[in-house]
Design a protein around this ligand. Structure first.
Ligand code: HPA
Length: 250
């Protein structure tokens, strides 16, 4: 049976009806995880929940210890990860409050530790990352959104940027020309680290604003983004509850 890890963030701060059995601090080879790990049951499925920004949301995207988080989940025998993300919308159909299940990534991040294959005596492995997200998990999330009548875009390219600032309008034009549909700050190296440890990984992205230069300037104000985030959390939460029994069948 799959063992499911859920990585929360701005789009999923907590899982309200998680029946928590215990919580555990984790210190790994790579240092401490962003938050304690919460173990619990939801809709019949056992999950491990971790918050990538920490429970007080104090860890910026470039400061997250992605390696510790993924390593800790692997040590717990997690086989499948559902990662929630808040993103900006770039292309036509990516309006605020749309759910997107991306199928591709372009990585613009830098100076983040992005591999387990360094400083070790083990031979380097160049993992296949042609398709960064797990297709079966993507199908389950898409089906769940349809079951719930949620507006969903079933594929798209996630542009992972360094942050923590938002982009300039020219940067967003460049991302669009490159083929990005959505933009976020935490998609990488999380996805590739999961791949290196052979954990199936999917991103559940909620658009919380039009990216810079695509909508009104008002929309990029913290109050506007955070009010959309609130609604985003409720949607991601419902989606997860719907998807979990199907993930357990994989
Ligand atoms: N840009 C980058 N990351 C984001 C955005 C954005 O517009 N919205 C939410 N996360």
């Amino acid at each position: 049976m799959p063992k499911v890890g859920v990585i929360g963030g701005s789009a999923l701060e907590a899982i309200e009806n998680l029946e928590v059995s215990h919580r555990e601090m984790a210190n790994t080879l790579y240092g401490p995880t962003s938050s304690p790990l919460l173990f619990g049951k939801m809709n019949g499925g056992e999950i491990v929940f971790i918050h990538r920004h920490g429970f007080g949301h104090t860890i910026a995207p470039h400061e997250i210890n992605y390696r510790a988080n993924i390593w800790a989940l692997k040590q717990l025998d997690v086989t499948h990860i559902v990662a929630a993300a808040a993103v900006g919308g770039i292309t036509e159909h990516m309006s605020p409050m749309t759910l997107v299940i991306p199928d591709q990534i372009i990585d613009y991040t830098h100076t983040r530790s992005q591999t387990f294959y360094e400083n070790s005596q083990e031979p380097v492995v160049h993992v296949d990352f042609t398709w960064p997200y797990d297709d079966q998990l993507r199908t389950v999330l898409n089906r769940s959104a349809v079951n719930l009548n949620m507006p969903v875009v079933s594929r798209g390219t996630y542009g992972a940027v360094q942050g923590p600032r938002l982009e300039t309008a020219a940067e967003i034009r460049r991302l669009e020309a490159d083929g990005c549909d959505i933009v976020g700050m935490t998609g990488m190296p999380e996805a590739v680290l999961a791949r290196e440890l052979d954990i199936k990984y999917v991103c559940c992205a909620m658009v919380v604003n039009w990216a810079a230069g695509k909508g009104s300037q008002q929309e990029l104000l913290p109050d506007s983004i955070s009010s959309n985030m609130k609604a985003a959390k409720a949607s991601v939460h419902r989606l997860l509850a719907e998807a979990l029994p199907m993930i357990m069948e994989l």
